[in-house]
Design a protein around this ligand. Structure first.
Ligand code: ZN
Length: 402
């Protein structure tokens, strides 16, 4: 039996901000036994509990969309291209680093978003087999796409309706959820989508239905009004990226309980470093307009009760694992999400939507805690300086980072 007492001036339980502490979170054998208000007394400190002091505690963060086999910090286009032909073991080493980068940022649940090689499946197996792992992982294995369309590095090709059912059945054993590529990518120079939706409404309906029969939620790479309309009509469970969002589509998402993972990082990076891709002033203006539209609709989404979930698309060009997810909190807050909204998007909400064990800070739950040296309600920058993670036992992070 090991007992830990975690002290905090304030905490966010996953839904509610509890200010005006001090508070004590008592953890026994990895489980939260009680959360009480009041300073540490002599009696408590004499019962052989390990005491950990912090300023602020919240549930471990969730990275809702990343590709662990890719290094978003690699900015050389040729190196990135060559890497896609690297041996499986080299990719696995990269993925282990990506997972470690997530943990170092205070992330305790990662949802991968697809890789054609199955490196994500390998990582999930390693994590699941490690009883001391601080982080959990959901993985789709390989995603699906229409033949000849965008997504070769992460998705298998499907030609027709029969192929949909067959392929989903084949990839289901390695899939926590089904990742679907519904559209192409953004043409930044034109400020529009490259090509139309990959699948017809009928095909998307079959995808959703087949996934549900296999017990899988669906999440779709999808941007542009045409694709978004089809996705929400067919009842996809989560829209990934969702650029060129509209109020009308958000309305349907609110009604049907469809989540949105806005993944700002890769698009914002294009604007931060336009010289890397050679963007001129006109393209930068288009990027700014795309991001402004995103901000407006993220604010609307929070107001309308749409489930906004944090995900950075880390592994994509310029989106570094861990850091990029922290950046997403700032993008969502800048767009108009309150600190409590944004922290819920990054903790309790995705776990609830995906059927994962709750990490909310209440008695009875397994401790899955992130400790900070200051309150994000006073300054959101405190999420950039995690002290450590408590899962089963204490895992300090600050010394490593320093
Ligand atoms: Zn992605």
């Amino acid at each position: 039996m090991s007992t830990h007492l975690i002290t905090a001036d304030a905490y966010f339980d996953g839904i509610t901000h509890h200010a005006g502490g001090p508070y004590r979170i008592r953890v026994n054998d990895g489980q939260i036994e009680e959360v009480t208000k009041g300073a540490l007394d002599v009696e408590a400190s004499a019962d052989h509990a390990h005491v950990i002091h912090s300023a602020f505690v919240l549930p471990g963060l969730v990275e809702g969309h990343c590709h662990v086999f890719l290094d978003g910090g690699e900015l050389d286009f040729q190196t990135r291209k060559a890497y896609l032909k690297a041996p499986f073991d080299e990719m696995s080493s990269r993925a282990r680093l990506s997972v470690a980068q997530n943990v170092d940022s205070g992330i305790t649940l990662i949802r991968d978003a697809g890789d054609i090689h199955g490196v994500n499946t390998r990582m999930k197996e390693e994590i699941d087999a490690d009883p001391h792992s601080v982080v959990d992982m959901l993985s789709p294995g390989v995603a699906i796409r229409k033949i000849g369309r965008y997504g070769s590095f992460m998705a298998r090709e499907i030609t027709d309706l029969d192929g949909i059912v067959q392929t989903i059945r084949e990839i289901t054993p390695n899939a926590s959820q089904l990742k679907v590529l519904l559209t192409g990518i953004i043409d930044f120079e034109k400020g529009t989508m490259k090509g139309g939706p990959q699948f017809t409404l009928e095909e998307i309906r079959v995808i959703v239905e087949t996934a549900r029969e296999s017990g899988l939620l669906t999440y779709a790479h999808c941007s542009g009004e045409d694709g978004l309309r089809l996705a929400v009509e067919a009842g996809i469970d989560s829209i990934e990226h969702g650029f060129f969002m509209t109020r009308e589509i958000l309305q349907v998402m609110a009604e049907k309980g469809i989540a949105w993972v806005p993944t700002y990082s890769p698009v914002d990076f294009q604007l931060q470093r336009p010289e890397l891709a050679g963007w001129n002033a006109a393209t930068c203006d288009r990027l700014r307009a795309i991001l402004e539209n995103h901000n407006m609709h993220v604010a609307l989404a929070y107001g309308m009760g749409v489930s906004v979930v944090t995900g950075s698309d880390a592994g994509s060009y310029g989106a570094v694992h861990g850091q990029a997810l922290i950046d997403e909190l700032f993008y969502l807050h800048h767009a108009g999400g309150s600190v409590a909204d944004v922290l819920a998007s990054a903790t309790s909400l995705p776990r609830r939507l995906w059927g994962c064990p709750s990490a909310d800070i209440v008695a009875g739950n397994q401790a899955n805690l992130l400790l900070l040296e200051g309150s994000p309600f006073e300054d959101l920058n405190h999420v950039r300086r995690p002290l450590g993670i408590f899962r089963r036992t204490w895992h300090p992070l600050a010394e490593k980072a320093g």
